[in-house]
Design a protein around this ligand. Structure first.
Ligand SMILES: Nc1nc2c(ncn2[C@@H]2O[C@H](COP(=O)(O)OP(=O)(O)O)[C@@H](O)[C@H]2O)c(=O)[nH]1
Ligand SMILES: *[C@@H]1O[C@H](CO)[C@@H](O)[C@H](O)[C@H]1NC(C)=O
Ligand SMILES: *[C@@H]1O[C@H](CO)[C@@H](O)[C@H](O)[C@H]1NC(C)=O
Ligand SMILES: [Mg+2]
Length: 446
């Protein structure tokens, strides 16, 4: 199972020139395993799209999607960007709305006795910010608006059974027999039942498989011309590639993914209390309206601490050579602190308790965000992870873990805040790693 969690990761760390090749190579070498938040009334809300005076009936269509179950939170954030891009293409011709797949049943969310399914996007992100990019709906709003827990058509995306012949890249879409065993089963009434984010009452009217090879918007003609279903769920949406990785549309969507306010506030309070870090002192001004946020590289100073993201768990199980031992990590941390004259170090990690206590012995001054059980119950493991990311994003210097999407999202957050790239695109090297290539700097296109 371990390798499943990194199935789609390499695509994020390569240059666009060999982007497709790298992804396809990856896709075929790995076996793929098988309370609604009230959003603000905003011009983009689905119900408001008709012009005043127009008839109430309109031909709105809903795009839903889901991702391969083993994929973690931060790769899912990347898939959202691909879907938003497809939605923008669809909207050039028809009135489509993106339905946000509820969060839950995530492998890494392991806090005991905490209910972590059917979590709306509003728990983690600012919905008004998302709305300023594309029209989005929480799943429960979709149920209410579309007339019940029914999804007209599920399209399970898959690759081609015959694979991909090297050197002949071709973008294509074809209805094909399902390759993997379907994760949907027929019920007595002739509907299809499936996971549907823990909404047991949800049913699909039809489920078919679609072989696809290409960027997200390649599906637009098919969705517009070949099928008429009002609501379409693209399952295994990570199969689609970015329309244009790190282009303007990518960054617009990325910038719109503003963390929910209560999480930012919790992170800011922690920074002020334990790290002597405030936006004013650190030159990291924040605007609630992301469309107005435009910083210069190097304008942000950051708080007087080193931010560290040390990814462990499944990243060390395979004895990956690009991940350091704890001892190696501490050595690097000390050398960065010395070089940058930083006395404080904030550590975000998913390490197991035993590792954390070994780490603390070697690095007694390390500071961690340590939520109580009640905090976790309120914020969920997903919210706690976001607070860790937010604090790392405001550090004077940051170092993350090789090919971790958790670290990549911190890079982007720092890019948005305007940090000098030298302070951001850093990663630990494995103890015996020879060529330790550092992360790529992706500049924002405004
Ligand atoms: N709170 C916290 N959680 C973490 C940290 N690192 C990893 N995690 C958890 O582990 C998951 C890792 O999966 P993912 O988001 O896919 O990132 P990746 O696997 O590192 O590319 C995160 O979503 C978190 O739930 C950390 O530093 N702090
Ligand atoms: C969509 O419809 C067109 C025209 O009928 C057809 O040529 C094409 O093969 C269809 N696409 C798929 C994926 O079925
Ligand atoms: C906090 O930082 C400011 C400068 O940014 C400094 O003047 C002040 O002494 C620091 N406070 C503490 C308690 O370290
Ligand atoms: Mg992952």
């Amino acid at each position: 199972m371990a390798q499943l969690w990194i199935t789609s990761v390499p695509v994020l760390c390569v240059h666009s020139s060999y982007f497709y090749v790298a992804l396809l190579a990856t896709a075929f070498t790995f076996e793929f395993g098988s309370g609604s938040e009230q959003s603000d009334q905003n011009a983009f809300r689905a119900g408001n799209l008709v012009s005043p005076g127009a008839a109430t009936a309109r031909d709105v269509r809903y795009l839903l999607y889901d991702v391969n179950p083993p994929e973690g939170f931060n790769l899912r954030r990347d898939v959202y960007i691909r879907m938003a891009s497809l939605l923008k293409t669809l909207r050039k011709q028809e009135d489509w709305v993106l339905v946000l797949p509820p969060w839950g049943r995530m492998y890494h969310w392991q806090s005991p006795d905490i209910h972590q399914v059917r979590i709306p996007w509003g728990a983690f992100f600012s919905l008004t910010s998302l709305q300023a990019n594309v029209p989005v709906l929480e799943y429960e709003e979709f149920i209410a608006e579309s007339g019940g827990p029914f999804i007209d058509q599920v399209l399970v995306l898959q690759n081609y059974a015959e694979g991909w012949t090297e050197g002949e890249w071709e973008e294509k879409v074809d209805e094909r027999p399902c390759i993997d065993r379907l994760m949907y089963t027929g019920d007595k009434q002739g509907y299809h039942r499936g996971w549907f984010w823990g909404y047991d009452e949800t049913r699909a009217l039809s489920v078919t498989c679609l072989s696809v090879q290409g960027h997200a918007s390649i599906l637009a003609p098919f969705l517009q011309k070949n099928i008429t279903a009002a609501s379409v769920l693209l399952d295994r949406a990570e199969t689609l590639l970015h329309d244009h990785y790190a282009g303007k549309d990518y960054w617009d969507t990325r910038r719109s993914m503003v963390f929910a306010k209560h999480l930012r506030v919790a992170g800011d309070q922690f920074r002020a209390k334990y790290l002597n870090s405030t936006d004013e002192q650190d030159h990291t001004p924040f605007s609630e309206d992301w469309t107005r946020m435009r910083t210069k590289l190097g304008s942000a100073k950051g708080g007087p601490y080193l931010g560290v993201h040390l990814r462990r768990k499944d990243f060390i199980w395979g004895h990956r050579e690009d991940v350091p031992s704890l001892k190696g990590a501490v050595k690097k941390i000390r050398s960065i602190m010395k070089k940058n004259k930083l006395e404080k170090v904030f550590v975000a990690t998913d390490a197991v308790e035993e590792e954390v206590s070994r780490l603390k012995k070697m690095l007694p001054e390390m500071i961690q965000y340590e939520p109580s059980w009640e905090d976790i119950e309120l914020l969920k493991d997903g919210g706690v992870a976001i607070i860790d990311q937010w604090i790392c994003a405001h550090a004077r210097y940051f170092i993350g873990t090789s090919v971790s999407t958790f670290s990549f999202r911190i890079h982007e957050e720092r890019e948005i805040l305007g940090f000098d790239p030298k302070t951001t695109y850093n990663r630990f090297c494995g103890d015996a790693e020879k060529e330790c290539e550092q992360p790529t700097h992706w500049k924002i296109v405004y």
